[in-house]
Design a protein around this ligand. Structure first.
Ligand code: ADP
Length: 313
């Protein structure tokens, strides 16, 4: 089976259990939970039994270890996570506001994952993997962006495949410095996984159907549009499939898109019928939001089947 690689940040998340705006007053917190969009994504890939690896960097501390141990237990090759002595693993404090939006306080600027650089282990992983999952946010850090671009070009040139989740905050989407690398990645993309408005990142002058058509005309094989609590849709040339949202109690939406993407990719790489892969990924996204902690809701195949059976019953 093809081996999936991703490159990017690993951190922990500490979540407030009361709703509100920020962290000015003492409040009950839970965590640390393993986190980082690439880490959540690859954890989901590993849980479904697809061979996979991550290249990252953590401090020699418990926040790093909690991630490494979780990812390893879930089937991810963690040999590419460098442990940097004397440095610290990043953290994010999260609090939910009454309206469901999130207030984040990040401690990642000076964390170990800010210095992910090519090394002999990461180079060997790029050489041994056949699929790269790219997060657009990687290009907000020039060295990480260059490393991801190089990996994408090498894997693609060897006949491998690329999935791409823009994963961009609106202010980054408008940053002109991001344009060239994002365009270059899109040109290599086989599977595009935008969320909501990200569909229009490269085709701003179209409606949804027009943007999809223009993206498929550029050579993207599969587009999967994540619609949050409204479900998801899949587009290929001559094919559209929609997944209605599975009714769940949303406890923590962080990481849903990564769990969804990791699940979809796993089935897509195995050649599962696209509508069925979408149905399973939709279940992975729905299950992800029911657990507090971004990586706590990644799913095994048995857990996906259970949530889909519950939907039927
Ligand atoms: P992202 O985190 O990338 O913004 P979304 O929030 O769109 O991703 O979530 C990814 C997928 O997870 C959705 O397309 C949907 O399938 C599922 N999902 C997310 N939120 C819910 C919800 N509240 N109820 C049911 N399914 C959900």
């Amino acid at each position: 089976m093809q081996k999936v690689l991703t490159i990017g940040e690993v951190l922990v998340e500490i979540v407030a259990t009361t709703k509100g705006d920020g962290f000015l007053a003492a409040q009950p917190l839970v965590g640390p939970f393993p986190s980082g969009a690439p880490a959540i994504f690859i954890d989901q890939v590993g849980k479904l039994g697809t061979p996979c690896a991550i290249v990252s960097r953590v401090g020699d501390d418990d926040f790093g270890r909690v991630n490494i141990e979780r990812l390893r237990a879930d089937g991810v090759d963690v040999s590419g996570i460098e442990i940097a002595e004397g440095e610290t693993t990043g953290s994010a404090f999260v609090r939910y506001r009454e309206d469901g939006s999130r207030a984040f306080l990040y401690n990642i600027r000076h964390s170990a994952c800010g210095k992910i650089r090519p090394n002999p282990v990461s180079e060997a992983l790029v050489d041994s993997c056949d699929h790269l999952h790219v997060m657009g946010s990687a290009f907000s850090a020039p060295e990480l962006g260059a490393m991801v671009m190089d990996a994408a070009q090498r894997i693609k040139t060897r006949g491998g495949t690329i999935s791409f989740d823009p994963n961009l905050r609106p202010e980054l989407m408008r940053d002109p410095a991001m344009r060239a690398p994002l365009d270059a990645i899109l040109a290599m993309t086989d599977l595009f996984l935008p969320s909501g408005e990200e569909l229009f990142l490269f085709e701003p002058d179209h409606d949804e159907a027009g943007a999809v058509e223009a993206l498929l005309a550029r050579g993207i094989r599969t587009i999967v549009l994540k619609r949050g609590a409204k479900g998801a849709s899949l587009f290929q040339k001559g094919l559209r499939a929609d997944a209605q949202p599975i009714p769940v109690e949303e406890l923590d939406p962080t990481g849903a898109g990564d769990a969804f993407g990791g699940a979809f990719l796993s089935f897509w790489l195995r050649g599962t019928d696209p509508a069925e892969a979408l149905r399973l990924a939709n279940a992975a996204g729905a299950r992800a939001v029911t657990r507090l902690g971004p990586m706590e809701g990644t799913s095994t195949r048995t857990e996906l089947d259970a949530i889909l059976q519950g939907q039927k019953g």
